[in-house]
Design a protein around this ligand. Structure first.
Ligand SMILES: Cc1cc2nc3c(=O)[nH]c(=O)nc-3n(C[C@H](O)[C@H](O)[C@H](O)COP(=O)(O)O)c2cc1C
Length: 212
């Protein structure tokens, strides 16, 4: 059964301003994969503690994968390894990813586990798979109305590529703080963007199913 991992970085969880777009994306994926199962990782849940000193030491000392300090990291990496498609739903917080998503990144990008450090750069160990990043923001950071820096997109792309995830598509829901009209325009634009991405996703699924 295909698995979809939904990593939800919003403190508002399912009341996120962009959740209806994530639901639309999930519904479309279910049309392509009727048997798909979605696993939701809520990054604001209490178990999502920040990386501890024990974790940092274990990373630095290259502790064994079964070290107790890696317990949460192993769970999160396992979720990522076993998914066929990843959705990251995240707001922009102060120009970049929220702290909870940064913590997730610190747990899943692990040297000698999800990537190797070589003299020519970091090489991911995971197989590529489709990744959709649905980004909500109060203001504008892309396009004609951009009025602030975007340190989220390139950073998140780089982090995901480090572990081997390269087929990444961003869906931006901008101007969510500009009132209901602006938010509904952003949501409609996000839905249109998803519609435009679906044919490529279908082709990618066909290629991986048939191997050609
Ligand atoms: C701590 C914090 C920092 C924020 N920083 C930014 C920012 O840098 N740029 C921006 O456009 N919006 C910023 N916002 C607004 C959120 O991105 C916006 O409200 C978004 O719609 C929240 O999405 P969510 O409902 O999915 O959490 C910030 C919000 C919070 C709470």
């Amino acid at each position: 059964m295909p698995r979809i991992l939904v990593v939800n970085g919003s403190p508002h969880v399912y009341a996120s301003s962009g959740w209806s777009v994530v639901e639309f994306l999930l519904a479309q994926i279910h049309v392509l994969w009727p048997t798909a199962e979605a696993v939701h990782r809520l990054l604001s849940a209490p178990e999502m503690i920040l990386p501890s000193a024990a974790y940092a030491t274990a990373v630095q000392d290259r502790a064994a994968d079964d070290s107790p300090a890696f317990e949460l990291s192993e769970i999160l990496i396992g979720e990522l390894e076993s998914c066929d498609l990843l959705i990251i739903a995240t707001p922009i917080h102060n120009f970049t990813v929220p702290a909870a998503l940064k913590a997730w990144i610190d747990y899943v990008l692990r040297i000698n586990r999800t990537f190797d450090a070589t003299p020519t750069g970091k090489i991911g160990r995971l197989n590529d798979r489709p990744v959709f990043v649905v980004v909500t923001s109060g203001g504008f950071h892309q396009g004609e109305r951009a009025s602030q820096a975007d340190f989220l997109s390139d950073y998140l792309r780089c982090a995901l590529q480090t572990v081997g995830l390269k087929s990444i598509q961003f869906v931006y829901l901008q101007g969510m703080a500009y009132g209901e009209g602006a938010a509904s325009l952003a949501i409609n634009a996000g839905i249109e963007r998803i519609r435009s991405l679906l044919p490529a996703l279908l082709q990618q699924q066909e290629r991986s199913r048939t191997g050609v």
